[in-house]
Ligand binder design. Structure first.
Ligand code: PMP
Length: 422
């Protein structure tokens, strides 16, 4: 049924039926929170064996202070995930977001290339819809965000080139190049090549290349252009600082994280960290190396085997939601949705009623990510986008949640259409 073709009277009738269903659902006391992209219990269990590995024979160095940038094998492991050389890697604690926050605050307090960012006048380019915590970090530090349109093949590069070449106060840009959060976009070769060629007017402009989902395929393997090779080709190696972690490979509460960067960035950050710590957790680094790299002849193959297990758990959850959307909306253009090939999220574009849908779902016991949060300052200009995180719930819970979501999407669209007509 195409709501756009219904008369007011037909819309009224349809709404009545839907509202009855909604009241029924509310009585069922359903409770589910799918606001964040957390791995499920089943996924976390895939890595429990890591805790049984004997690491006491690996030499006592790992139990002591020191080895600031991380043990060599952990740097090698994370270099495969980041796409840089192992000599370019600094291993951190359990969170890559924490490293991003560190880099921002280091650049304000001490700078890079002898140039400090100005706390009163620093801007970031923010491709959106994007990752809410990136935007929250900017707000926390008082960094002004400039929204950049996100297309299916990456952010609007014409706009980026124009802005960075003329505004010296633009110091950074967020990029999640593979399976972006929340739309699952994959940056095309052409976009990556042009990003690597950027010549910003500020010498301390840096791209925050958050490669959080570089090995998180749901279906077939997908390769993107290696940003480090591209910046090298363009003699532009200071441009990029890359981040990643094993939060969605092993434990989201106990993984290892890493920064990958070259030249001046690497020197500056090593210096900053030499004041901040005498070394991160090498026991956990060793566990990760043993667990993730010992089951095949090479690291990539070993990681792939492990991530295949994650994808087997995640795929049916994504498929279920995508199939239900297709069934309900292929002929009813009040909704469009992303069809991600990897990562952790599905994003939906509603009929200008994201806030209303999130509120209705909450009344029915389903908690979604706050509407607007995928945009800087929570400002979704069309009030249309919602992020769905299918990873944590069971299939049964997802089935119920999708029913509720679809019902709320339909109710809100009819209410909007009726308002337009009247
Ligand atoms: N970056 C992106 C794009 C993410 O989606 C997430 C987790 N949702 C993170 C970073 C957080 O990573 P970490 O657990 O390493 O802090």
């Amino acid at each position: 049924m195409n709501y756009l073709k219904l008369s007011n009277c037909e819309l009224e009738n349809e709404l009545k039926i839907l509202l009855e269903k909604f009241e029924e659902i509310k009585k069922q006391n359903f409770r589910l929170d799918i606001s964040r992209g957390k791995p499920s219990q089943e996924q976390l269990k895939l890595s429990l064996k890591m805790l049984d590995l004997d690491i006491t024979k690996d030499g006592l160095d790992i139990f002591n202070y020191g080895i600031l940038c991380g043990i060599p094998d952990a740097r090698l492991l994370m270099s495969v995930i980041l796409g840089c050389g192992s000599e370019d890697v600094i291993i951190g604690g359990n969170s890559s977001l924490c490293l991003m926050s560190d880099v921002i605050s280091f650049f304000f307090t001490h700078g890079v290339n002898n140039e400090k960012w100005d706390i009163n006048d620093t801007k970031f380019l923010a491709p959106c819809p994007g990752y809410d915590r990136h935007f929250a970090l900017c707000e926390h530090f008082g960094i002004k965000m400039i929204p950049i349109k996100m297309n299916h093949d990456g952010p609007d590069i014409d706009e980026i080139e124009k802005l960075v070449s003329k505004d010296e106060s633009i110091k950074g840009m967020w990029c999640v190049p593979k399976f972006s959060n929340p739309g699952g976009e994959i940056y095309s070769d052409c976009i990556i090549e042009r990003i690597a060629k950027l010549r910003p007017s500020s010498k301390s402009f840096r791209i925050f290349w958050d490669n959080a989902y570089s090995v998180h395929e749901l279906y077939e393997k997908i390769e993107i252009k290696n940003i480090f090779k591209e910046i090298k080709k363009n003699n532009n190696e200071n441009l990029v600082i890359a981040f990643a972690s094993t939060s969605k490979i092993t434990f989201s509460g106990g993984g290892i994280s890493a920064i990958g960067c070259k030249g001046d960035n690497f020197k500056s950050l090593c210096k900053h960290y030499s004041f901040k710590t005498i070394g991160f957790d090498k026991i956990n680094q060793t566990r990760h190396v043993k667990f993730l790299t010992n089951s095949a002849k090479d690291i990539e193959e070993s990681l792939r085997k492990h991530m295949l297990k994650h994808s087997e758990i995640l795929r049916p959850k994504f498929n279920l939601i995508l199939e239900k959307f297709k069934l309900n909306f292929c002929k009813n253009p009040i909704l469009s949705w992303s069809k991600p090939k990897g990562g952790y999220f599905i994003s939906i574009k509603t009929f200008g009623s994201a806030k209303k849908i999130v509120q209705l779902c909450r009344e029915a016991g389903l908690v979604l990510t706050q509407a607007g949060s995928m945009f800087p300052y929570n400002l979704d200009p069309d009030d249309s986008m919602i992020r769905i995180a299918p990873s944590y719930p069971t299939l049964e819970e997802i089935s119920k949640a999708t029913k509720i979501l679809i019902l709320c999407i339909k109710i809100s669209a009819i209410e909007k259409l009726k308002n337009h007509a009247s």
